[in-house]
Design a protein around this ligand. Structure first.
Ligand SMILES: [Mn+2]
Length: 192
């Protein structure tokens, strides 16, 4: 892994299967989906090395979840059955290039500087797990109307930007989503 990270100018963590609960100290509930401990272990190690080497990270969907776990955070194995609050549809039936639920962006966050704020930011949604406790070095940047965490970033640096949605399906029609990639490329260039 140390060799891999030496080759990386930036680390983009994509979506994928559920995170195995053992990596945040839980037993699996019936709603836990497919997971691959080998993938989890690899990505956890990559995140930890990237942070150590100050390699910029952009994490999407599961990427945000595994990144948060790698840095000491926890997760909901299943948001619908494990949260008291009524849950919105986070596993959308609409095409993935269309946003379906809104997010509130934290004022003053880096995410706000990248995509802006306001009441009309719709994101796509393809997850039944979510971040529960945010890792100590991260802070909240976006939240859905039902309280599900939709974005986090590093507190005192621009090292990590992470979102729970899939901007890679939306950037062609939404300049705010494109701005997330432009920001990542800018951080990578700065790191070199
Ligand atoms: Mn969502």
């Amino acid at each position: 892994m140390a060799t891999y990270i030496e080759l990386c100018d930036g680390l983009l963590l994509p979506g994928g299967p559920d995170v195995a609960p053992k990596f945040y100290g839980e037993e699996p509930i019936p709603q836990q989906g497919d997971s691959d401990a080998l993938l989890d272990e690899s990505e956890i190690k990559l995140v930890q090395l990237a942070v150590e080497k100050q390699v910029p990270i952009f994490a999407l969907c599961r990427g945000m979840q595994i990144m948060n776990v790698a840095l000491g955070g926890t997760m909901y194995q299943d948001i619908e059955s494990q949260r008291d609050k009524k849950t919105l549809q986070h596993y959308q039936k609409a095409p993935m290039d269309q946003g379906t639920h809104r997010i509130a962006v934290t004022p003053g966050s880096r995410l706000e500087k990248i995509i802006g704020g306001g009441d009309d930011i719709y994101v796509n949604s393809h997850h039944h797990q979510a971040v529960k406790a945010i890792a100590p070095q991260l802070q909240l940047t976006a939240i859905a109307r039902d309280g599900v965490i939709e974005g986090v970033e590093t507190k005192d640096s621009d090292l990590i930007t992470a979102v729970q949605w899939h901007p890679e399906f939306m950037w062609q029609n939404d300049e705010r989503m494109r701005a997330l990639f432009t920001d990542f490329i800018g951080r990578v260039e700065k790191h070199q």
